[in-house]
Design a protein. Sequence first.
Length: 203
Amino acid sequence: GYATGANGKLTMTAGETAPGLYSGSGFKVRAGFQYIYSLQLFAFSISNRIIDFGTLYSGSAPTRTNFLTITNRSAGGYNVTAFENHPLQVLGGSSIIPNVACDPGTPCTYTSANVWQSLTTYGFGFRCDLINGPTHCPSDFVTSSYFRPFADNSAGQAAQQVMYGNVATQSAQVQITYKVNISASQAAGNYNNVITYIATPTF
């Protein structure tokens, strides 16, 4: 049956004498277990796969956003991790925009966010904000001024959690905000890198 209450919803099966999966010519019977959820796909989507900051100016610190969305009716939870292939690097050259280390006195690392508000703090970083659904951003993103750099795969840094949930859900979404700030001495050129997101169901 299907039951609801003030604090949750519950589906249940009971009374089966021969639970299991049975199949024959042209049919399958799923009896006795919650097989209905196995028919639901685990899906992950990114709203915009190209983030373009345009022309950068020293001290302007522009931001861009996209949305990460999970559908996981087939799993008990999920985990999304991310890493960059390298810091923002000029095409065909060696100049980079470094990963942000956050403001003086409030240092951040790829595993721990901290305050980044100063326009004289340079680099590239991101933050996570909850939009909807039973999902979570990592707890180190305390306020909207907290950022951290992506894990740098070229430096051997392991992918880090950017979104997670502990229950099945039809739709859960977070917003990722990217931020970059350059100094007046930053070399001119077209800079880019690749951010990889990995969504994994948990059971």
